[in-house]
Design a protein around this ligand. Structure first.
Ligand SMILES: Cc1cc2nc3c(=O)[nH]c(=O)nc-3n(C[C@H](O)[C@H](O)[C@H](O)COP(=O)(O)OP(=O)(O)OC[C@H]3O[C@@H](n4cnc5c(N)ncnc54)[C@H](O)[C@@H]3O)c2cc1C
Length: 183
């Protein structure tokens, strides 16, 4: 899992971890659950490090702690799904960020799932999902950047669950900010 380009600029000092955490906490993100299925075992983890990576081909990326059993399971299954959580799915996020809840036999005990194309579990009632086959895995420090080729995706109406400054948030409205065109 080597990086494609390693910088030679080792004369530049590294940031303090506390400063890094303070800065990263100001990045508001959505909340996803990344899942896979290996035979009769299912795996899931709450992940905010998601990106819609490429349009041609259609690809997404997620960054997951490299020693997590979910990474090994995705490498074995070669498929995974990313479910974008709805504003009222905070409990689902808490479930999949709690130690011991990320692995189950057959089905997750308290969270309903459905199948799309690959067979990886998609969280029932999620705001949108991406069902993927594994394209590549790239090293990123203590995390693995998992890249998926999207086999199926869908998005519904509603508000997303957000995470900002160490806590869950909700947007009041999905209406655009008046007078400021996005593009
Ligand atoms: C809003 C939010 C966003 C999040 N975003 C992300 C994200 O983008 N990416 C991400 O990876 N996590 C993210 N997390 C954290 C993640 O959801 C889990 O809370 C975290 O990974 C701990 O889960 P775990 O230890 O039960 O599971 P796992 O990491 O699956 O580990 C299960 C077991 O494997 C072993 N293990 C795992 N790691 C190690 C290790 N380093 N050394 C030794 N043994 C190990 C341990 O026995 C551990 O109990 C997020 C959490 C929240 C709440």
């Amino acid at each position: 899992m080597d990086a494609l380009l390693a910088s030679g600029r080792d004369d530049i000092p590294e940031c303090q971890e506390s400063d890094f955490r303070a800065a990263a906490g100001k990045f508001a993100s959505g909340v996803t659950v990344v899942t896979t299925r290996n035979g009769c075992e299912v795996y899931g983890k709450t992940v905010s490090a998601f990106g819609s990576l490429s349009l041609d081909p259609l690809m997404v990326s997620v960054s997951i702690g490299r020693l997590s059993p979910l990474v090994a399971a995705i490498l074995k299954a070669e498929v995974f799904a990313v479910s974008v959580l709805r504003h009222d799915q905070q409990q689902v996020s808490r479930h999949f960020s709690t130690r011991g809840n990320g692995r189950a036999i057959g089905a997750f005990p308290s969270v309903g799932t459905e199948k799309a194309v690959t067979g990886a579990p998609v969280i029932s009632g999620c705001l949108s999902y991406f069902d993927c086959r594994l394209e590549n895995v790239v090293g990123g420090g203590d995390h693995a950047i998992i890249i998926g080729r999207v086999a199926a995706a869908a998005g519904g109406d509603g508000k997303p669950l957000l995470y900002f400054d160490g806590d869950y948030r909700e947007i009041r409205s999905t209406a655009p900010v008046a007078g400021v065109p996005a593009h």
